[in-house]
Design a protein around this ligand. Structure first.
Ligand code: SAH
Ligand code: SF4
Ligand code: F3S
Length: 486
């Protein structure tokens, strides 16, 4: 008998990439093989994002493409999982009536059981968590389960890098954002569980972990006996794990960028000197309507503190342009903030109104699409000039690089020397020549040249460097899971 096959498409943030890895790992335990070809699959999963309308439309187009396969094979199971599943629930069937299964972010552990239930009953199955106003805090929290089953290195793009969830949900309630409802209340995972997961990942050959939370620097675990573990404590506790070389964390909330955290980033050699701290806007009135709870002056102060406490740190940000009531003057203030801040990169988004959010209830989406587009381009132009400046400032430096893969844009596809790519200790992407066997190693690279998004360099010696001295066996190269990020 041939193995049952599962196909998955993923949009959205790193949380979704991690969830897809875990869901596929769980289905493999039930005897499924992963396939890259939708037409071969018995189970087709769409791990979704609702943060902007574009992400939802992408999923509906993808769903539309599987209709012929489903028509010819009515027995296949089509599942919509993740943020859109939690947000739209039964309404998904209005646009895609052939969907068999809708599973929210807090119910992913039930997927294997629900797939069987669809096959047995041939009726659509739903598993979603409570809405934020559908019960007491504790009840709603309990309905969003952190999904952290045993890890399977073969499910990751590289076995030596892994995401680790340290926090689920979000309690910030920025007025434009769906995440507090799609991911539920903010809950920090127990440090013991996180540390055990990191140890297990390292035993499987993982060298770099990226700690995930929507506001990861708000992480705090109250032990119940007066002790509390902050992100800085957690990183200190995992720092000496033998074999672990690098620790990253995303995404930071500006107001929670405390000195203990910045001290930890500076003092702990394995912690990558990189902070993603979205500002969203450079105008106080806009920030107020967004309910970001900080002013532009306090963001600037925070940025200066990051750079003073962590010399050489690279900082990236997110911005929303065309938010409700954003005047030309407000937008120019954002331009000023981006111009002066010299972020390594900024992710710039056009405001997308989301039903159910406070912004959608309170403020009209009153900026023309054309104006949003123009502001997006203008801000991007300023950022790109700064990205180039930030990258050029790296020229001449020697930095350790985790070698990830042969460069997709590599010119040398054959022969022993390839173009390889990896990330520096300040999270810059660097391309350099080297043999395949360096993939998965940490090597010193001297930076010789820069473009706005890429550094170019040369490996200095045949020696590999790493913070840890433990030699570990190399894990086998995995197959990639079908990722498709927005
Ligand atoms: N938790 C993270 C990221 C959340 S979503 C944080 O707070 O920074 C990633 C980014 O999408 C946000 O930083 C924001 O810039 C953008 N975003 C969120 N909601 C949006 C919306 N309705 N329209 C456009 N961009 C949005
Ligand atoms: Fe959304 Fe704001 Fe929470 Fe980030 S902090 S996930 S933007 S509500
Ligand atoms: Fe992430 Fe999108 Fe959900 S950004 S948390 S997948 S709404």
């Amino acid at each position: 008998m041939t193995a049952k096959k599962v196909y998955i498409e993923t949009v959205g943030c790193q949380m979704n990439v991690l969830d897809s890895e875990l869901v596929i790992g769980a289905l493999r335990k039930q005897g499924y093989d992963l396939t890259d070809t939708a037409a071969d699959a018995d189970v087709l999963l769409f791990n979704t994002c609702s943060v902007r309308e574009h992400a939802e439309e992408k999923t509906y187009s993808a769903l539309g493409r599987v209709v012929p396969h489903k028509k010819h094979n009515p027995g296949v199971v089509v599942g919509v999982i993740g943020c859109m599943a939690q947000k739209d629930q039964h309404a998904i069937l209005d646009r895609a009536p052939y969907v068999d299964m809708v599973v929210g972010t807090g119910q992913l552990a039930r997927i294997p059981e629900l797939v069987e239930e669809v096959k047995r009953t041939r009726t659509p199955q739903f598993a979603v968590s409570l809405g934020r106003a559908d019960g007491g805090r504790h009840e709603v929290e309990a309905s969003f389960e952190s999904y952290d089953p045993t890890r399977d290195p073969s499910m990751r793009p590289t076995p030596f890098q892994a995401f680790v969830r340290i926090q689920i949900g979000c309690d910030k309630f920025c007025t434009y954002c769906v995440v507090p409802s799609t991911r539920g209340p903010e809950q920090s995972r127990q440090p013991d569980h996180i540390l055990a997961e990191v140890r297990q990942l390292v035993e499987q050959g993982c060298k770099e972990v990226t700690l995930l939370g929507q506001t990861v620097n708000s992480y705090v675990y109250e032990h119940g006996d007066g002790r509390r573990t902050r992100l800085s404590d957690l990183m200190a506790a995992m720092h000496d794990t033998p074999g672990l070389d690098r620790i990253k964390f995303v995404t930071n909330y500006p107001k929670d960028m405390t000195d203990d955290l910045l001290d930890a980033v500076r003092e702990l050699p394995k912690v990558v000197k990189y902070l993603h701290v979205p500002a969203q806007s450079g105008c106080d009135e806009v920030l107020k309507r967004m309910k970001r709870n900080y002013t532009v002056a306090s963001y600037r102060e925070m940025l200066a503190r990051c750079r003073e406490k962590v010399p050489g740190v690279s900082v990236t940000s997110d911005f929303i342009v065309g938010f409700c009531g954003e005047t030309e003057e407000s937008f120019q203030k954002t331009m000023d903030l981006v111009r002066e801040s010299v972020f390594k990169n900024s992710y710039i988004f056009k405001y997308s109104e989301r039903t159910g959010t406070k912004a959608a209830d309170r403020y009209p989406d009153d900026i023309d699409e054309e104006v949003k587009k123009r502001r997006n381009q203008d801000l991007l132009a300023v950022q790109n000039a700064n990205s180039l400046a930030d990258h050029q400032a790296q020229i001449g430096k020697t930095t350790s690089v985790i070698v990830e893969r042969a460069s997709r844009h590599g010119k040398r596809e054959t022969g022993p020397v390839k173009q390889l790519t990896g990330h520096t200790m300040a999270d810059h992407i660097v391309v350099f020549d080297g043999p395949d066997r360096l993939i998965g190693e940490i090597v010193p690279v001297r930076i010789d040249d820069a473009s706005p998004f890429t550094l170019y360099g040369e490996v200095l010696t045949g020696e590999t460097v790493g913070v840890s001295s433990e030699a570990k066996p190399r894990a086998a190269r995995p197959r990639r899971i079908g990722l498709n990020t927005v």
